[in-house]
Write a new protein. Structure first.
Length: 278
């Protein structure tokens, strides 16, 4: 348990450091109040902000006593809500995944916090999805606390099948341990509800990249044991990974295996697209 918690805290600290660099300049005040696009023009009235005056339109608007000052009217922005669903089944605790998971969730939470959004957090673990509305810093802290508890089981396919698609954009954080058909079904439900989806895949490179030297390996399950060459088994893994990614690309997709500064910039760009409806 302590190892999971220690690795997750490393990921959180790394995310805070890089987000302070790449998320600089984005704030709630930048996106709220004025909106992203103006919707109309009208003549200036006492009390209007001088920054709203459109000087080009004013120059084309002669009046009885010179030119009429024209101002832009903006569509007011409301607080946006993002549905953040995080898988915490057993395979999410393999290798470097707790650190990368904490890094990725913290990046998403800090982007939401900068833009004044709220997060509806769903934890996907044994017992089904548990969701509640939280401020982004509290959502990131909740995920960190859940990681520190360690693995608690749960079938990722059943957890996804039980995930309720809200009316808000969905950011789904999972690994490759899921059935592509189940993910496709979730994306189909989201499309029907006109909900954009960002799928964030967390993985450890040892899961998808074979070792440099081949050998004999076995994979045991409750019902049987499969023997084969290491490279042959990894060939099957790569085919499964390709199928999962092909389905996920029907929405937005980001893959993470390390706490890279490049990832922070990509997550911010995808988050902006997600909250804007793609």
């Amino acid at each position: 348990m302590e190892e999971y918690c220690r690795n997750a805290r490393i990921g959180v600290r790394a995310a805070r450091a890089v987000s302070n660099i790449y998320y600089h300049g984005y704030s709630a005040s930048f996106f709220k109040g004025r909106g992203l696009e103006y919707v109309d023009f009208r003549e200036y009235s006492p009390g209007d902000e001088p920054g709203r005056i459109d000087w080009r339109l004013t120059a084309r608007s002669p009046g009885e006593r010179g030119y009429r000052l024209m101002v832009r009217e903006y569509e007011e922005e409301h607080i946006r809500r993002i549905h953040l669903a995080v898988g915490l089944h057993d395979s999410m605790f393999y290798g470097a995944k707790p650190r990368v998971l904490a890094f990725l969730v913290t990046l998403l939470a800090r982007a939401a916090d900068r833009l004044g959004d709220e997060l509806y957090l769903s934890i996907l673990a044994q017992g089904g999805a548990r969701g509640r509305l939280l401020r982004p810093p509290h959502a990131a802290y909740t995920v960190l606390r859940e990681i520190c508890k360690g693995p608690r089981g749960g079938d990722p396919d059943k957890l996804l099948e039980g995930l309720h698609v809200k009316r808000w954009p969905l950011a789904l954080v999972m690994d490759y341990n899921l059935d592509p058909a189940v993910l496709e079904s979730l994306l189909a439900r989201a499309r029907t509800a006109r909900v954009p989806v960002l799928t964030a895949i967390v993985y450890d490179r040892r899961e998808v990249e074979p070792p440099p030297v081949d050998g004999v390996a076995s994979i045991a399950s409750p019902s049987r044991v499969v023997y084969g060459s290491v490279w042959g088994l990894y060939g099957g893994v790569r085919r499964h990974v390709a199928r999962v990614e092909a389905v996920a690309r029907r929405g937005l997709l980001v893959k993470a295996h390390s706490s890279s500064p490049v990832l922070a910039r990509r997550v911010l760009g995808l988050y902006l697209r997600l909250r804007g409806g793609l």
